[in-house]
Design a protein around this ligand. Structure first.
Ligand code: SF4
Ligand code: SF4
Length: 280
């Protein structure tokens, strides 16, 4: 089973819970798809393995061949080519998706594509656990490309069970991760921000038709009820982790509370048995 651990916002403890689930079932392939800020490996242990670059083709214009017709700018649906009605067009690298259309429409073959590194994938083991991590290059915006490449490499591991630590939020990066999941585990907290962002995530997983369950973290930090959302979206709360100073201190030290907090570890084991009973 491929499980996506996601949250509508950052700071809910998603990665702590992902790491705990992996440590409790180390036969899972651990995937860090939070490529803008990957930190799952810190909680799992020492990384051993290799690093592979993630590239994508970016359009380039050869000025000497351009007849300044503007066809390329009119054809790019991503708005990556600026043309002022005369002169050479200018390509914005960070908006180009490498779709390959503009080289085809250019009448003089003035446009070519050049591979650009947009990130990397670390592949190997972390604390002895099979592990893959996508990492977006600083300054690059091609988050989805790095996620897709990480998932592609994960398929080559030939492991049936994945635990994916997904990007926070409800935008394209999390959707690109969720589409590989058999179930989504949404981590939230009982606060107004937590509730609001959870609602967005529940709408997303419902639209994508992904079986979904909740984990409420930091119970006690707020008292907002999520029962009406559970009823509306037909989801169940599988675990509640109390707000704990020791868990927060563990995170600050770069350790997983699963290794140091017996109560936290017990909740994680119960969470696994509930997942396996209901979704396997
Ligand atoms: S390759 Fe596609 S996305 Fe990039 S500039 Fe050309 S048309 Fe736009
Ligand atoms: S389509 Fe080709 S020739 Fe026309 S403006 Fe673009 S690069 Fe220049």
């Amino acid at each position: 089973m491929k499980i996506a651990v996601a949250s509508g916002k950052g700071g809910t403890g998603k990665t702590s819970i992902s790491a705990s689930l992996v440590l409790a079932r180390p036969e899972n392939l651990a995937l860090d798809l939070d490529v803008e800020e990957p930190n799952l490996s810190i909680l799992l242990g020492a990384f051993e393995g290799g690093v592979l670059p993630v590239t994508m083709p970016i359009a380039r214009i050869e000025g000497s061949k351009c007849v300044e017709c503007g066809k390329c700018a009119r054809s790019c649906v991503f708005g990556a080519i600026a043309w002022m009605g005369a002169g050479f067009p200018v390509i914005n690298d960070s908006l180009c998706r490498g779709c390959g259309l503009c080289p085809r429409v250019c009448p003089t073959e003035a446009i070519y594509e050049e591979d650009q590194t947009v990130g990397e994938v670390r592949s190997g083991t972390c604390g002895g656990i099979p592990f893959l991590e996508g990492r977006l290059r600083v300054g690059s915006v091609n988050t989805v490309r790095v996620i897709e490449e990480t998932v592609k490499k994960a398929k080559a591991f030939n492991r049936p069970d994945w635990l994916m630590d997904c990007p926070p939020g409800t935008a394209c990066p999390v959707a690109a991760s969720l589409r590989h999941a058999d179930m989504a585990l949404l981590v939230t907290e009982p606060t107004p921000f937590g509730r609001s962002d959870l609602e967005g995530m529940l709408e997303l997983t419902a639209d994508m038709n992904i079986p979904t369950a909740l984990v409420i973290n930091k119970t006690g930090i707020g008292d907002l009820s999520l029962d009406d959302l559970c009823t509306r979206f037909g989801v169940e709360v599988l675990a509640r982790y109390p707000f704990s100073r020791s868990a927060a201190e563990c995170g600050a030290r770069g350790e997983s509370p699963f290794k140091t907090d017996a109560g936290w570890a017990e909740i994680t084991r119960t969470l696994w048995s509930r997942i396996e009973r209901r979704y396997s």
